[in-house]
Structure formats: C-alpha cells, structure tokens
Design a binder for this molecule. Structure first.
Ligand SMILES: Nc1nc2c(ncn2[C@@H]2O[C@H](COP(=O)(O)OP(=O)(O)O)[C@@H](O)[C@H]2O)c(=O)[nH]1
Ligand SMILES: [Mg+2]
Ligand SMILES: [Zn+2]
Length: 334
C-alpha cells in the first residue's frame, strides 16, 4: 500500500466491533477497519503527559482492556481497498455511555471505557409485574444516566399484567414530577408501542434493564425482528466484560425516512454502571440537586443523620419522595 495522501481519508460511523475489528459505515458502504497498536496508544493518550502517573500505570496494565474506539463513534479512516481500512482518528463525542475501567490503588487514575459513543437516550426498562418493579434499581439507572449527562426515558412495560394500581400510579407521578419522560408499554396488547417508536426515532438508544423485564419483546413489538437481532448479537458477544470488546448497534426504522440505532447491554451489574466518586450522590437526583450545599454542614453533609439537613427536611415536608431519598442513601454506600 502506498502512502495515503489527505484526499484518501474518509469519515464513517462505527456500528459494530469485534476484537480488533471495527465495522464502519460510510455512504452506504461497510468498511472493516483496524487500528494499529501504535495508533491505539496515540488515540488513548492524545493529550496525556507521558511522565504522568496515570499514563504510566495505565500503559502497563490497561492497554488490552481499554479500547479508544467505541460503537457509535464517528471516525476518520484510510481505505486500504478490498473493503478494509485503518482508523486514524476518533471525532469528538457528543455523549457517551461508559464505565470506569480498573479498580485498586490507582483507581483514581483509571481511564474510562466508553461502551457506546454518541448516545442520545438511555432507556431504563422495568416491568410492571413479573418481575415486580424494583424502583431502587430504576433510581440507580437514572443516577447513572445523570452521572453521564445522558437523557433518560423511564419505560414501564408488561402493563397488560396489572390493573391500574396505586403503586404504579404513584411511581409514574414521582418520576413525572422530577421531569423524566416516561412511557408505559405492553408487547402483548401494543400499548405505548407507537409512542416508543417516536421516542427512539433518529436516536442512538441504549436499553438497560434486568433480564426478563421484557426488553427483547418490546423491541420486537416496535419493529418485527428488532429485538431478536439485538438478542442474537448479544448472544454471540457474550456477557459482562466481553460486551465492551464486542458490540453491535442494530438499525431501527424504515431506512429512508428515519433511522435510529438500538443497543441492548446485557449484564448491567457487571458494567458497574453507577460510579461513586467524590461527588455527593444527591447531585445525581435532580430533585435534590438544588439543595446540595444548603444543609447546615454545607457540602460536608451526608444527608443521613446530620442536624439541619436540607434534603431530609424536604423529605419530611413532602417535597422529596422518601423512596427516592432511600435510593440516594443506598447508592451513597455503594
Ligand atoms: N404479559 C406480558 N408478557 C411479556 C411482555 N413482554 C415480555 N413478556 C414476557 O416476559 C418474558 C421475558 O421477556 P423478554 O422480552 O425475553 O425479556 P428480556 O430478558 O428483558 O429481553 C417472556 O416470557 C415474554 O413473553 C408484555 O408486554 N406482557
Ligand atoms: Mg432479551
Ligand atoms: Zn444534608
């Protein structure tokens, strides 16, 4: 291959990756790209100070597990002919669905593993029944979305299994008041499916939710075969860690007019979605955020037993839902 000149570079969109291979879509064509090891380092440390501790630590142990290119990335690549290419650059991301890689003494310096780039919507799916809703887990998903600055949609599915009940109505009310959009769906009777189609339209959506809550069925109801495709992809890529090395986005929509992409992420627990840090967890609960710093002990308050806690006061006065407050305390201890 001769040395490429500038005009040989193209941009494209990574919709699938397996170990060492990145499938890039560009103007209706699919190009199978690679990145060289040398390039991998350049992409991982574009601005890092070579003498810094974090650079040193990560370069020793993290290089195989960290990947500078994620599905959803817009990239610049050089075509090498016969449908192959070499990625040279990742364009700036407008958002990301990520987890932090590595724990231990240097966890503070750990790099973040982006699982899906340029995510528009995190869809937190829970079932109205079978399995019974775990609101605490939903709060965990939503806090994760907040920590990544991702818009979240609350989807309560299998609605055909329950009559309108107080618990559900109250829950819907709570999340509506906080400002989360929500949709109530059923793959069985079609409730909310058209609404859901509109909500996914033209977006890159990541679905999260426990196994069995109805994600595959929901996707199949939205578009025949969609859930099955997403499922098959996940079956071949495996669970947990492997999901970060192999992942595919499945196109959704009727092609010409609109198109979105859906990613199902199995084994969310392993993703270590929520990342505790120095940050006060109350920052990740939009209804509590305005009160952070207003407690008697200011930013030192853990909102637990301290006197003069503004957040506990708001709970006692009915402005903040007690269950959400408990979720926040629980995440704080994680
Ligand atoms: N009654 C009812 N059952 C559903 C609905 N959606 C899914 N299920 C059932 O729930 C089980 C798990 O669904 P599945 O889509 O595989 O869940 P996933 O693990 O989240 O992908 C299956 O037995 C489905 O038939 C629904 O809207 N209503
Ligand atoms: Mg499934
Ligand atoms: Zn407080």
């Amino acid at each position: 291959m001769s040395k490429p000149n500038v005009s040989d570079y193209q941009t494209g969109f990574v919709y699938k990756k397996t170990i060492g291979h990145y499938f890039v879509q560009t103007e209706g064509q699919q190009v199978q790209c690679e990145i060289s090891n040398r390039l991998r380092k350049v992409l991982l440390y574009p601005t890092a100070d070579p003498s810094s501790i974090s650079h040193h630590v990560v370069s020793v142990k993290g290089i195989q597990t960290l990947d500078p290119v994620a599905v959803g990335d817009e990239v610049i690549f050089t075509p090498a002919g016969d449908g192959k290419g070499l990625i040279s650059e990742v364009l700036p991301r407008r958002s990301r669905f990520a987890r932090r890689e590595a724990t231990g003494p240097f966890a503070r310096h750990a790099l973040e593993q982006v699982i899906v780039a340029n995510v528009d919507l995190l869809v937190a799916v829970i079932a109205a029944a079978q399995p019974a809703p775990t609101w605490n887990l939903l709060d965990r998903y939503l806090a994760s979305a907040e920590s990544l600055n991702l818009p979240a949609l609350v989807c309560i599915t299998k609605s055909d299994l329950v009559r309108e009940n107080d618990e559900l109505i109250e829950a819907v009310e709570i999340y509506k008041r906080i400002g989360y959009p929500q949709v109530i769906t059923s793959a069985n009777d079609g409730k909310g499916i058209e609404e859901m189609r509109h909500m996914l339209d033209g977006k890159i959506s990541v679905l999260i939710g426990k196994s069995g809550v109805g994600k595959t069925s929901l996707l199949n109801a939205i578009q025949p075969g969609l859930g099955k495709r997403v499922q098959t992809v996940n079956d071949t890529t495996g669970r947990g860690r492997h999901t970060t090395t192999s992942l595919e986005m499945v196109p959704f929509g009727d092609g010409a007019n609109h198109q979105g992409w859906v990613v199902d992420t199995p084994g969310m627990r392993e993703f270590g979605l929520y990342q505790p840090g120095e940050l006060d967890t109350a920052n990740l609960f939009p209804e509590m955020l305005p009160l952070v710093g207003k407690c008697r002990f200011g930013l030192d308050c853990s909102h637990n037993t301290e006197p003069g806690c503004a957040i506990r006061k708001a709970v006692n006065e009915g402005q903040i839902n007690p269950r959400r407050y408990q979720s926040m305390l629980k995440l704080q201890k994680d």
